[in-house]
Design a protein around this ligand. Structure first.
Ligand code: SF4
Length: 378
């Protein structure tokens, strides 16, 4: 029922008809399921069903996430028969690196090709507190935020959990070369993670598991544009994962201009869901607020925002947005950014301005132009 409602509501959101993938499909794509899609308990189950001992699952996880092998053949403490079974049933590599580019500040952008020919981006950001990977959850996006280039071609497909996990594994393999570790993960790349909820949850469970990538829950952040039923569901999971909402406007009218999803999920109901989340989990929420020159960045807007989020355990992340060619959004002048921040501070709200490294800056669910991403997220 909930899924039907979600589908119907999301259909209200403007999106362009699906097109062929830009890159030519491989002639004979290997469409085996990614081994990275499986949680430890699912792998144990699979082993049992296939006449193998369930304890082998922990050994396989060790090969995948600790030793980070690139072929099943390398899993030398497994029998040849089991390695063959794994090879017949699963793919160990579903992403191939098309290109990786490193910027001056150490940010590395990876362009990966999927088995069916689509390509996705993943970004490694270097911070003083560690290495953070920003993952993509969908090929394209159907949410339709007006400031986001990723939605212009609509949604092509959801990523499978394994395809999201493998993004982190691939980045970790690159970091292995310099003896460094992925310490943080942000689910803020292309796509709306709550529109691909089950895969996102499996991804979280695998990367957080001590036998998986063992990335602490408090080092993982998920961001949504505001799909209300999924916010309730996520709250009920009672995880310690950081949660961010792309808010971007202090009232319904302005929010639905910037983010058509707000027509389906009204701001008052959204704030109710956010209060439910903070009450249920005891955790704070991060409000992402992109400052678009002349649109949502006045001191009156800051006062309105303060009232909207009053009493909510939260933090506001102000994101000064540079020129957005699709909509002619312009940058908020520096003094106005500080004036906006000052109002929030005066009203007792915990606020930061996102530090910028490059000439471009992203907004959205922290997701605008992941390919240009080059800044701190917190
Ligand atoms: S900002 Fe995020 S949710 Fe909005 S259209 Fe872009 S990718 Fe989708």
């Amino acid at each position: 029922m909930e899924d039907k409602k979600l589908e119907r509501i999301l259909d209200l959101v403007e999106h362009v008809e699906e097109k062929e993938p830009r890159r030519q499909k491989k002639e004979k794509p290997n469409l085996k399921e990614s081994i990275y899609s499986l949680r430890l308990d699912e792998l144990q189950e699979w082993l049992k069903e296939n006449g193998e001992k369930p304890f082998r699952a922990a050994q396989i996880f060790e090969w995948l996430y600790e030793k980070r092998v690139k072929t099943f053949e390398e899993m030398s403490n497994l029998s040849k028969g089991l390695r063959e079974k794994l090879n017949e049933n699963f793919a160990l590599t579903t992403l191939s690196t098309i290109i990786s580019q490193e910027s001056k500040d150490g940010t590395i952008k990876f362009l990966f090709q999927l088995q069916d020919g689509y390509s996705i981006e993943t970004v490694l950001m270097r911070h003083d507190y560690g290495n953070s990977v920003c993952v993509t959850t969908q090929v394209g996006c159907r949410i339709g935020c007006t400031f986001c280039a990723s939605t212009l071609g609509g949604l092509k497909r959801h990523l499978l959990a394994g395809e999201i996990v493998e993004q982190v594994v691939k980045v970790q393999q690159a970091l292995d070369e310099v003896d460094q570790r992925v310490s943080h993960v942000v689910i803020m790349g292309i796509g709306e993670p709550f529109d691909n909820y089950d895969s996102m949850m499996n991804f979280l469970k695998v990367i957080n598991h001590e036998k998986g990538l063992n990335i602490g829950a408090r080092h993982i952040t998920v961001s949504t544009s505001g799909i209300i039923p999924k916010i309730y569901q996520f709250a009920d999971e009672q995880l310690q994962i950081n949660f961010a909402l792309s808010l971007h406007a202090p009232n319904q009218e302005l929010r639905q201009q910037l983010m058509p999803i707000a027509k389906a999920y009204k701001l008052d109901k959204l704030m109710e869901a956010i209060r439910y989340y903070t009450d249920k989990t005891g955790r704070r929420v991060s409000f992402e607020y992109g400052l678009f020159g002349g649109e949502n960045d006045s001191v009156e807007h800051a006062e309105e925002l303060s009232k909207l989020i009053k009493g909510i355990k939260c933090h506001v992340n102000l994101i000064p947005v540079n020129y957005v060619p699709e909509r002619n959004y312009v940058r908020t002048p520096r003094n106005q950014i500080f004036a906006f921040e000052k109002v929030l501070k005066k009203n007792g709200i915990n606020v930061t301005i996102r530090r910028e490294h490059g000439s471009d800056i992203d907004a959205a669910c922290g997701q605008l132009r992941a390919k240009e991403r080059a800044q701190e997220t917190r």
